[in-house]
Design a protein around this ligand. Structure first.
Ligand code: GLY
Length: 323
């Protein structure tokens, strides 16, 4: 952001305009989620603790003038590494027993996004999405092509089995012997992680990462990596990350719609988030949640599932996490 122009006279008596750059024009802000789903009582503490760890990682990158993109990557990597959440390590398995991850990151100033889908060999899919955002002429890559691009740009590949937890393998085995059912996954039928941050310089980014739905067909892509559905960021309105039943979220293009709900002067972040979830229920016929920051960094969230794991930094000092 540029400050006002001052007239300065130098020793040659030459008058020119000189832009004054203020070091800090925005209060940084960060909000994250660990998915909207029927979180069982015995997973509540683990979800809350994971959200707090992610908030601290993101805030360490954001405070003292850090970049919003580094902050959301740091926060999401913590959530991807935590097996209580359905992203990266601990993702749900497909019907044929593999992890297939999707992720996206979007820059509000340019409306550019980097998205990846169907990754089997990337431990932190958010890193692959960022590589696409920063280094690729395209906005979305899938499966082997996405993995090759990520690897060529410094993102390490792993053995696909490194992403599989014993809990998810057991849930998959129970579903294979019986038929797919939420109770085989302790109610953990949906889930995704996300983050939205704005930094001191007003740079706003949003991101989403997921293992998708359990027992999905191989090759199925949900809302998460789709610009406008799983994530959206526009400097004129704000940034959103979605979670929930992907097919329903896609029907109402929920993330973009939520940012549009921020446009009226009478809108607030909470009202915009609630209106988007109402639309998800009424027209999308589905369940889920979302987090958002408006363009000034004010947080909002809403969900119509029994619970959602979320966290945000209040007034730059207080770390709030809830389930
Ligand atoms: N929202 C995650 C998915 O449906 O894939």
């Amino acid at each position: 952001m540029r400050g006002p122009f001052f007239l300065i006279t130098d020793h040659l008596n030459f008058v020119y305009s000189h832009p004054i750059c203020y070091p800090a024009t925005m209060r940084p802000s960060l909000i994250i989620h660990g998915g909207a789903w029927d979180i069982p009582d015995d997973a509540v503490d683990a979800c809350k603790a994971g959200c707090l760890r992610a908030l601290h990682a993101g805030w360490s990158a954001l405070k003292s003038g850090g970049h919003a993109l580094d902050a959301i990557q740091a926060a999401i990597m913590v959530l991807e590494d935590d097996p209580v959440f359905d992203a990266g390590y601990g993702s749900h398995l497909t019907l044929d027993g593999h992890v297939e991850c999707d992720a996206i990151v979007m820059e509000a100033a340019t409306l550019r996004a980097g998205a990846v889908a169907g990754l089997r060999r990337v431990k932190n899919p958010i890193r692959a999405a960022r590589a696409v955002l920063e280094k690729c002429p395209h906005m979305m890559l899938i499966s082997e092509g996405a993995e090759r691009f990520a690897s060529q740009h410094g993102v390490p590949l792993c053995d696909p089995e490194e992403l599989v937890t014993s809990a998810e393998r057991e849930a998959w085995l129970r579903c294979s012997k019986d038929s797919h059912a939420a109770e085989h996954h302790r109610g953990h039928e949906q889930g995704t992680v996300g983050a939205v941050a704005v930094d001191e310089q007003g740079r706003l980014f949003a991101a989403t990462s997921t293992g998708g739905t359990c027992c999905k067909l191989s090759g199925r892509v949900g809302d998460s990596p789709l610009i406008g559905s799983g994530c959206y960021a526009d400097a004129e309105t704000g940034g959103v990350s979605s979670t929930g039943y992907g097919e329903a979220i896609m029907r109402v293009v929920m993330a973009k719609t939520a940012t549009d709900f921020l446009r009226p002067a009478s809108s607030t972040p909470t009202r915009a988030a609630q209106a988007a979830i109402q639309l998800l229920a009424n027209r999308g016929k589905g369940t889920g949640g979302l987090i958002l920051l408006d363009k000034d960094g004010n947080p909002g969230f809403a969900f119509n599932t029994p619970r959602m794991a979320y966290g945000y930094v209040k007034d730059g000092t207080q770390f709030v996490a809830g389930v």
